[in-house]
Design a protein. Structure first.
Length: 405
């Protein structure tokens, strides 16, 4: 039976909202870049009432997202020793026209299909999982692109569209570890950031979704989810140069996040000069990638698995597999207690640097036209430092208490 550690329990108690930005290896039928998905803890789905649609017109997306309320029940499956969360697993699906994302309720369904690590993947579980996904209405109300619709009609298996999509998208929209290895950054956010993500995700569904490897792929979707919370810059469509080609793969996003997590906390002067950081501080009251960011690996489910073959080295290109392995081995990135202590050291160093000069002294380096704005940034930065240090002290105490008990 799997055991949930004291650190896992403390983590979930400390962070009611977080984003998991995930990349996966290639599954046998997948492409060479793997797949990118995301999980939003504290976010639930809500059915959009069906509407009369003119022939040839876009149907409304069947689901919209919302911040979970106390009345919302989790639709996820429970694994041994683990409390079921409220959250939503999102994936871009190239065959679907009227929704930019597929919403699978729950992290367990999204990652493993709810199959315990010690259980065998057999035909019975496979059929039970397909039925559960269909019963949950994950694919109900979706509209296919014309080429995908023709492929469905040619099959002529007498199956429903829901069942067809559930079968086709297994190991891509949900149950990823049944066919892939998955690596994720777990990134805590506050309710303002998560609300901004929800607003953005609902807004994009007003337009028809067209998947394109260069213009709008699964990695664009995950990066732009993060960008809605000012965690990263938005991922533009197309290629500016050959270097931007490396940013198209899910593995590239995981390695780019690693660099941001390992970097020192930006100074108040750096925040003032970088619009991305400035916007994050003013809009959400914090800087990107605060304490609590950890890296997790979810292994390919090999036990009893004769249906899927996974290539553990298929992480795209440009040495991604080697880089991700190095992240896996860094305890400051993969273990919550060490990550927390490391960030506490960073925040103390940032406060020391901040207090080394007075506001009046710093203003002498700023143009007269920018001094009012600098003063606002300085005040917000000072408040953020104090709040973050206090939160870290409480978090470290809570983690210690959980370890003892």
């Amino acid at each position: 039976m799997a055991q949930v550690s004291y650190a896992d329990t403390a983590y979930e108690a400390l962070f009611p909202y977080y984003v998991m930005a995930c990349g996966s290896t290639q599954e046998t039928s997948g492409n060479a870049w793997g797949h990118a998905v995301t999980y939003l803890k504290g976010v639930c789905r809500e059915r959009v009432p069906p509407a009369d649609i003119e022939v040839g017109k876009k149907a409304p997306a069947p689901w919209k997202l919302k911040i979970c309320s106390a009345d919302d029940l989790s639709e996820d499956v429970s694994l041994a020793g683990e409390a079921v969360q409220k959250g939503i697993f999102l994936s871009a699906n190239a065959r679907v026209a009227n929704s930019h994302w597929i919403a699978v309720p729950g992290r367990n369904l999204g990652l493993s299909g709810g199959l315990p690590a010690t259980a065998s993947l057999d035909a019975k579980f496979h059929e039970q999982l397909l039925k559960r996904i269909v019963d949950l209405g994950v694919y109900s109300g979706l509209q296919l692109h014309s080429s995908s619709q023709r492929q469905f009609e040619v099959r002529d298996f007498g199956e429903s569209l829901d069942h067809y999509l559930a079968e086709y998208a297994l190991t891509s929209d949900y149950g990823l570890t049944l066919g892939r290895e998955v690596k994720c950054w777990k990134i805590p956010v506050n309710i303002k950031q998560m609300s901004a993500i929800v607003t953005w995700a609902n807004k994009i569904n007003e337009e028809v979704y067209f998947w394109d490897a260069i213009q709008s792929n699964c990695n664009h979707f995950v990066v732009n989810i993060l960008a809605a919370a000012k965690l990263m810059k938005p991922m533009p469509k197309g290629l500016k140069n050959l270097l931007s080609l490396t940013h198209l793969s899910p593995a590239s996003t995981l390695t780019r996040i690693a660099k941001k997590v390992q970097a020192e906390i930006p100074t108040v002067d750096q925040v003032f000069k970088r619009p991305h950081l400035k916007d994050s501080l003013i809009q959400f009251g914090q800087l990107p990638f605060q304490y609590g960011v950890v890296f997790e690996t979810f292994d390919f489910h090999s036990f009893g698995n004769v249906e899927f073959v996974e290539n553990s080295e298929a992480w795209g290109c440009f040495g991604a597999a080697k880089c991700l392995k190095a992240i896996d081995q860094n305890k400051n990135l993969t273990q919550f207690d060490q990550a927390l202590n490391r960030y506490y050291e960073k925040i103390l160093a940032a406060r020391k640097t901040f207090e080394s000069r007075t506001l009046l002294d710093r203003l002498s380096d700023v143009s007269k036209s920018g001094r009012d704005e600098y003063s606002r940034i300085h005040s917000a930065y000072e408040r953020w430092l104090a709040e973050t240090e206090n939160e870290l002290v409480k978090a470290l105490h809570q983690l210690t208490t959980a370890k003892i008990s």
